[in-house]
Design a protein around this ligand. Structure first.
Ligand SMILES: CCCCCCCCCC(=O)SCCNC(=O)CCNC(=O)[C@H](O)C(C)(C)COP(=O)(O)OP(=O)(O)OC[C@H]1O[C@@H](n2cnc3c(N)ncnc32)[C@H](O)[C@@H]1OP(=O)(O)O
Length: 195
């Protein structure tokens, strides 16, 4: 059953199709982590999701996340909030293909099937429309393979922000460390900024 999506996630009549940035990674190319300490994709978070996303055609991505014991809610099953995080991270990575800095404003999730520890969630996401600062997108997570049954899905609204959203609101220690990173691409991607 597909639940109804709230009106806030329906693009307005004047919304336009998303435009892939000319320098977006080619389809099939891994996106890598946007920030080592990111709970969703960072390699430096021992209990993080270590989600690996790849660019798709248009403004779409695919990603995988394997549920580990640290991600449980009920015994042997993934926690719903962790699954929502995997959807959120996959959707967030779409902004790198637009080269727009944006944050999740709203995320509506359907949990369709339980996801056991050890299972890999095969995620795919795409931007469906853009209207001003609003980026409308959708994602699914399947088990058993990229064409397996849908276990989770989400519709979301990301809102474009300025880099100050992070520099003015983040904890100074981490902001300083990210800005001091000598790797220009990693520094830009920590804030999803166009380098
Ligand atoms: C570092 C890069 C990370 C990228 C990858 C990471 C992947 C993971 C992504 C995340 O988890 S991001 C972290 C979770 N999100 C946040 O922490 C965001 C917290 N919220 C905010 O900072 C502000 O609420 C927000 C920037 C989203 C909006 O505030 P603003 O003051 O900039 O905008 P405003 O409230 O004027 O809203 C702009 C438009 O969006 C609409 N809007 C904002 N929030 C909404 C909402 N929640 N639901 C529906 N519509 C919303 C709002 O109605 C309005 O529509 P109109 O232009 O038509 O009037």
């Amino acid at each position: 059953m597909k639940s109804g999506t709230s009106a806030a996630l329906s693009p307005p009549a004047d919304a336009t199709p998303p435009v892939r940035h000319p320098e977006a990674p080619a389809p099939g190319e891994p996106l890598g982590a946007h920030y080592g300490q990111c709970f969703g994709c960072g390699g430096d978070q021992p209990h993080g999701l270590h989600l690996q996303a790849r660019a798709g055609e248009g403004v779409s991505v695919t990603a995988e996340f394997t549920v580990r014991p640290a991600h449980q809610g009920a015994p042997g099953l993934a926690h719903g909030g962790v699954l929502a995080s995997a959807l959120d991270e996959t959707l967030g990575s779409l902004n790198w293909l637009l080269r727009t800095i944006a944050v999740t404003g709203r995320l509506e999730t359907d949990f369709v099937r339980p996801v056991p520890v050890g299972a890999t969630l095969y995620l795919s996401a795409e931007v469906t429309a853009v209207a001003g600062r609003k980026i409308y997108c959708t994602a699914t997570g399947r088990t058993g393979g990229p064409d397996g049954p849908v276990a989770v899905r989400a519709d979301a609204l990301f809102i474009e922000v300025k880099v100050e959203h992070f520099t003015e609101n983040g904890r100074p220690e981490e902001i300083r460390a990210a800005l001091d990173d000598p790797d220009q691409v990693r520094r830009a991607r920590a804030f999803e900024v166009n380098p």
